[in-house]
Design a protein around this ligand. Structure first.
Ligand code: IFM
Length: 448
């Protein structure tokens, strides 16, 4: 009988991001980020939470590396806080900020863990936000300079680099829903932000190629958009939602133009972008990171801007604490869709995981069966996609720890390690044990 396993060289990892775990946002000469400021505005974050302490990883990183190593994983995906490196976003560097990531990278490598580094996972130096942030066309140059500094400092040891994490969320939550910095609802600003994020990506990729080592990519959040019924209006709404979320960034990056659905959806708010920008945006990169959590089923609703698609809850499905449907087959569909639409680009699942209300700790263990089931289902789907010819090279669980879940503060727990935020004690959950077995057996345990 054939044994089902993941390939030998498959990269297994866990993921985090700077603002969600580090704490000490102003330590050692760092400048404030837009998130540092946003969390100080009244009513922005559930329970008034912020990243001032988070998982205190800035101080505990050494112990945390040991915990990562105990999971047996080969890679750790983390992000760098731009305002630790450039307190003003541009201009004078802060060597102590760089030292932190230098020590982190060395610590990971000493334990045989591959650093998988993201340059921008949402936090932007407040000084640059004050200059318009991503709305400013100069943001591509600011980002290029920041990226170049990190390449010079760490490219001798870091092989895998990511420009942006989920640029769609930066645009949608920041400029459509207004629940992330800068808290606006302005479609024209949303489109400009998307465009400048894409230009900044291209600029960083160009800087990366100055030295031919390593791999650079970008990470997007994707979900299949299904229609709620066979009604042509629902089918059209699901297609618009797909253009707006799934193709908004990938089409320009990989095909060189925005989806044709976008200008009509945005109407007068769609800016006239300089044609020449597409050359920069299309700069070839090495891999695509996919963050997959759920799918959505949509019905037409003209009141929802800009895609006119309202998600509909499914009667017979399970939902996570985020209100996201558990739908593991959607991961296989997404990976296959990528291959079919964009070709055989190298793929990583750079985030996958779930927030559940975990049971209380019992004799030193948190028995998070729901998360184990979630991970098992999605890992099987990833394995299936490989079997169907997808060039999937790695998988990262979101997240290593319970951490600061942005607008939701500390109320949503995604970790395979539980964190008691009063004491900073880390407790492995059942899912940590399950994932350790998965990594150790290259996924054989998923099928027994
Ligand atoms: O916590 C976030 C992460 O920062 C980006 N991707 C989705 C996760 C869960 O919401």
């Amino acid at each position: 009988m054939e044994t089902k396993q993941f390939p030998d060289n498959f990269l297994w990892g866990v993921a985090t991001s700077a603002y969600q775990i580090e704490g000490a946002p102003l330590a050692d000469g760092a400048g404030p980020s837009d998130w540092h400021q946003f969390t100080r505005e009244n009513g922005r974050i559930v329970d008034g939470g912020n990243g001032d302490v988070a998982c205190d990883h800035y101080n505990r990183y050494d112990d945390d590396i040991r915990l990562i190593a105990e999971l047996g994983v080969g890679a750790y995906r983390f992000s760098v806080s731009w305002s630790r490196i450039f307190p003003q976003g541009v201009g004078p560097k802060n060597p102590k900020g760089l030292d932190f990531y230098d020590r982190l990278v060395d610590g990971l490598l000493a334990r045989g863990i591959e650093p998988f580094l993201t340059l921008h996972h949402w936090d932007l130096p407040a000084a640059l936000a004050a200059r318009g942030g991503w709305l400013n066309r100069d943001s591509s140059e600011w980002f290029g300079e920041y990226a170049h500094t990190l390449f010079r400092a760490l490219k001798d040891r870091v092989r895998f680099w990511t420009t942006h994490n989920e640029p769609w969320v930066v645009m949608h939550n920041g400029y459509v829903k207004g629940v992330h910095p800068p808290g606006r609802a302005d479609l024209s600003q949303a489109a400009t932000t998307a465009h400048n994020l894409l230009r900044a990506h291209g600029r960083a990729v160009q800087a990366f190629r100055a030295d031919p080592t390593g791999k650079i990519g970008v990470v997007v959040n994707l979900e299949p958009k299904d229609p709620a019924s066979g009604d042509p209006r629902d089918i059209a709404a699901a297609n618009a939602a797909d253009a707006y979320m799934n193709r908004f960034f990938l089409d320009p990056l990989l095909l060189g133009s925005y989806p044709k659905e976008l200008p009509p959806l945005f109407g007068a708010a769609w800016p006239a972008f300089p044609e020449d920008d597409m050359r920069l945006i299309r700069e070839p990169f090495d891999y695509l990171g996919v963050n997959y959590y759920t799918r959505s089923v949509n019905r037409a609703d003209p009141a929802v801007a800009p895609d006119g698609a309202a998600p509909v809850r499914q009667q017979d499905s399970t939902y996570t604490e985020m209100g996201w449907e558990v739908h593991s087959q959607g991961l296989a569909r997404t990976l296959l869709w990528l291959k079919q639409r964009y070709g055989d680009i190298a793929l990583f699942v750079t985030e996958n995981g779930a927030a559940f209300a975990d049971p209380p700790e019992e004799r030193g263990a948190i028995r998070d069966h729901a998360r184990v089931d979630y991970l098992r289902g999605h890992l099987r789907a990833a394995h299936q996609a490989i079997g169907e010819g997808v060039n999937l090279q790695g998988y990262f669980v979101w997240s290593l720890f319970d951490n600061f879940e942005w607008t939701f503060g500390y109320t949503k727990r995604f970790g395979v390690l539980g964190v008691d935020f009063a004491t900073q004690r880390r407790t492995p959950k059942l899912s940590a044990e399950f994932y350790r077995e998965t990594v150790g057996s290259r996924g054989r345990n998923l099928f027994t």
